[in-house]
Design a binder for this molecule. Sequence first.
Ligand SMILES: Cc1cc2nc3c(=O)[nH]c(=O)nc-3n(C[C@H](O)[C@H](O)[C@H](O)COP(=O)(O)O)c2cc1C
Length: 187
Amino acid sequence: MTQRPTPTGKEIRLDSKKHIVSKTDTKGNILYANDYFTEVSGYNKSELIGTPHNILRHPDMPKAIFKLMWDSIKSNQNITAVVKNLAKSGDHYWIVTDFDIQKDPNTGAIKNYIAYRQAAPKKVVAVIEPLYKTLKEIEDKHDIEASFEYLTGYLQEKNMGYHQFIEELAKPTGMAAMFFEAMKKLF
Ligand SMILES: Cc1cc2nc3c(=O)[nH]c(=O)nc-3n(C[C@H](O)[C@H](O)[C@H](O)COP(=O)(O)O)c2cc1C
């Protein structure tokens, strides 16, 4: 890809019931993308397959988050990550991503990563957007080490890892939580 789309600042509204799925090799080259992925990103399958996943990287995304993500999945640990993605049109969408790590049954070596994404709830974006803005500003002025240190301090204050922090944030609260609790009692 020669030219990256210019961000429009416009948000794409996702269907909260649908998943955006992709499978990559160990370097993050896309091997599979589902239909909702192509629909939302605006790229067709032939544009996506064989392409590095950073085709979707939004310039607002701090490098520290991708470092955290890669460190985790490379060491065979799932991570729930919040990512702002850039579509071909320049519009963006916020997602919560979970990973599946597939290994070669003979060697045990990691073979593929699968990412499952859903629309990030508004309350998650409300907390994450200002945090990522700060991390990005620190990276622009200093470097990724400095933003990583800031993120570490931010999470230490909350006494949580990033994964747990996102899980807590994305957990249903208020009426939705009461509804889920009531539902659970029925089963
Ligand atoms: C399974 C998988 C899914 C990924 N999904 C995304 C994604 O949706 N958006 C994104 O910007 N990066 C995604 N990445 C990370 C990219 O590979 C890349 O690290 C990131 O875009 C940062 O770009 P850079 O490494 O060129 O700085 C994914 C990686 C893997 C392994």
